[in-house]
Structures are given as structure tokens and as C-alpha cells.
Design a protein around this ligand. Structure first.
Ligand SMILES: Nc1nc2c(ncn2[C@@H]2O[C@H](COP(=O)(O)OP(=O)(O)OP(=O)(O)O)[C@@H](O)[C@H]2O)c(=O)[nH]1
Ligand SMILES: [Mg+2]
Ligand SMILES: [Zn+2]
Length: 319
């Protein structure tokens, strides 16, 4: 039986339109289903870092779908350099503006002769996982679970602002498992405070912390969730973050790149970008709230065509 699902699409002004998704008529792969794990967490929480760790220890074919809100999918690059099976969804959020893109991406996976053992989805930092869960119940897939990463270093600052707080609460309440990240950056008292706050928000959800958690354990949550509505819900959470692209001047080196990100205004919650200097050195800038750092990318990872280099994606809160 052919079923049509009404996916909601929202543009930047928050208008919505129905986008019909046609689920395939026949199950692929003789009825085998691919478990789908959603990795959620606010901007810069450590999702890409965690997925790279997970892929490094995985002993089976895992496909990764990476949604980056910026116009350049830096994360897909950072994952692909270690792992081939990466599909990108760029320039929007899968729970709102890129909802139809998600359908197209899983159609692409269904068209493969052999299924991957697992599909890991890196959601955008502004996504509400509950809004994409129904995709895991479409033919050929099953829900393994939602893992929400919480950056204990930034938690206090972000929860003090309404838009990030709203997003983080939605991410925590949709989680099957919460994983605390950046525990190396805070005191044990701060970490306990964060744990208490999360415990109050989601009393039945286990809260673990890196690096004590083995990455592979995150992929066997086993779909503990019962049957929920298979319909994609109407939009309740609009992405109100402002995303901009800033050109990094030619020949910017490490010092100049650090200066550039240090001078970004304080309402910037996330920025990332790559550039190549005069000597061919490639640099990656990472901004997560007050933390701003530049690290070197191996030259071999700088694409010959320079695609994705020379631009910084900057995400701010609206005034
Ligand atoms: N100190 C410390 N830094 C971390 C940890 N995990 C991630 N980071 C750093 O945090 C920054 C953001 O990490 P990403 O893995 O890109 O975060 P993300 O959640 O994928 O970010 P977006 O996809 O942009 O939302 C990078 O500079 C990482 O190196 C951690 O456990 N400790
Ligand atoms: Mg990422
Ligand atoms: Zn969204």
C-alpha cells in the first residue's frame, strides 16, 4: 500500500507548506531494516567529534547522514576524511527547512543493493529530534534511539537565553540517553549542577559522560521506545538562529584566523570555518560560545579545489 506522509516545511519567515513524501511501495533488502540512531545536541556540543570517535572503533559498515545548518558542510568533510560512507544535508535544518532533503537522503540509501548495518544521523545543533523521529519508522528503517549531547561547559550560559534553552530542553526531553561532553573543561561541582538540572528535566533518562562511555554502546539502544505517532508533527520549534557567512581573506594564517574569531561579537554561539595560508597550511577555526580555537588540518585534507575553504559560518542569536 502506498502511503503519503505530509511533511511540514518551514522557511526563514516561519511560513509552512506541506511537502508530500511518498514512502516506497516495497520494502528493500528482503525486509531487513536498518537501525537509525539520531545524535542530537546544541550547536558545538561535540556531535561530530563523538561520531568520529565512534566510527574509529566501529567494526561494521555504518552510514552517516550529516546535517549542518551552515551553507558549507564542514562536518561532513571532517567525518568523510576518516570515513567514506557519508551523506550531507547542508544549508538548513532537517527538522524544518530541510525536511524534504531528509526523505531524499533516505531514499538514496534504500536504493542501495546492500543496506548499511546502521545509520547514524548527526542532527543540526538547532534541531528538535522529536520532529525527525517519524523518518525512522518509514520502510527499510527502525529507530535505535536518540542520543543527546550536552556541553557541560556552555550549559549555564545557553540555558540563560530563551532560544538556546528552548532548543536544549526539546533535545533533552526527546533523548533516550543523554551524554555529557566537555567534562574536562569544568569542575565536578559544575558537572553535578548540570546533571541535577537534566535529571529534573528528564527524570527517567540515563545521563552518562564521555570519555567513560564506549562509543559503540551508543549504537545499541535497541529502540526502547514504544509505538508513537508515525506522522511528522506540525512545526512547534522554529529555528530562530541567524546564520551568516563571513569571508576569510586570502592567505589568512593561524594567528590572523585566531584574531578574526576572537573579534566576533559575544552573541555568536557557534562558528566554524577553514582556510589555507600562504605556505599551504590548512587551518580549522572552532567557536563554541566563549571558547575559540584554531587547529591545524593535515595538508592532505585540504581539497585541491579549495572547496569549503575561505569562509566562516557564523551563527548568532537574533537581537
Ligand atoms: N575540551 C573538549 N572539547 C571538545 C570535546 N568534544 C568536542 N570538543 C570541541 O568542541 C568543538 C565543537 O565540536 P564538534 O564535534 O564540531 O561539535 P558539533 O556538536 O558537531 O557542532 P555543530 O555540528 O556545529 O553543532 C570542537 O572544537 C571540538 O574539538 C570535549 O569532550 N572536550
Ligand atoms: Mg557537527
Ligand atoms: Zn529544524
Amino acid at each position: 500500500m502506498r502511503s503519503a506522509r505530509a511533511c511540514r516545511q518551514a522557511d526563514n519567515e516561519g511560513h509552512t507548506a506541506d511537502v508530500p513524501y511518498q514512502e516506497p511501495e516495497f520494502a528493500p533488502w528482503d525486509g531487513r531494516r536498518v537501525p537509525m540512531t539520531f545524535i542530537s545536541g546544541y550547536l558545538g556540543a561535540g556531535k561530530t567529534t563523538m561520531i568520529n570517535e565512534l566510527l574509529a572503533t566501529a567494526d561494521r559498515p555504518i552510514a552517516v547522514l550529516v546535517n549542518d545548518v551552515g551553507a558549507i558542510n564542514i562536518d561532513a568533510r571532517l567525518i568523510r576524511r576518516r570515513h567514506g560512507d557519508t551523506i550531507e544535508l547542508t544549508d538548513g535544518c532537517v527538522c524544518c527547512s530541510l525536511s524534504d532533503g531528509f526523505g531524499a537522503a533516505i531514499d538514496q540509501i534504500r536504493a542501495r543493493p546492500e543496506p548499511p548495518d546502521h545509520l547514524v544521523v548527526e542532527l543540526s545543533g538547532v534541531a528538535d529530534p522529536s520532529r525527525v523521529l517519524p523518518w525512522s519508522r518509514t520502510v527499510g528503517f527502525m529507530l535505535d534511539g536518540v542520543v543527546t549531547l550536552v556541553d557541560v561547559d556552555q550549559f549555564g550560559d545557553r540555558m540563560a537565553e530563551s532560544i538556546p534553552a528552548h532548543t536544549i530542553e526539546a533535545q533533552i526531553s526527546a533523548a533516550d540517553l543523554v551524554l555529557l561532553t566537555k567534562t574536562d573543561l569544568v569542575s565536578s561541582a559544575t558537572r553535578s549542577d548540570v546533571e541535577r538540572t537534566i535529571g529534573a528535566m528528564a527524570p527517567h533518562t540515563p545521563v552518562l559522560s564521555e570519555p567513560t562511555t564506549s562509543a559503540a554502546a551508543l549504537l545499541n539502544l535497541g529502540g526502547r521506545r514504544g509505538a508513537e505517532s508515525a506522522e511528522l508533527p506540525a512545526p512547534t520549534l522554529f529555528d530562530r538562529h541567524v546564520t551568516e557567512r563571513v569571508t576569510i581573506p586570502a592567505d589568512t594564517d593561524r594567528v590572523a584566523l585566531k584574531k578574526l574569531i576572537d573579534e566576533l561579537p559575544s552573541d555568536v554561539v557557534r562558528a566554524k570555518g577553514m582556510c589555507v595560508d600562504q605556505d599551504g597550511g590548512a587551518w580549522l577555526a572552532q567557536v563554541v560560545g566563549r571558547r575559540r580555537a584554531v587547529s591545524e588540518l593535515p595538508v592532505a585534507e585540504a581539497p585541491a579545489d579549495g572547496a569549503g575553504f575561505g569562509e566562516l559560518v557564523v551563527i548568532r542569536l537574533p537581537n
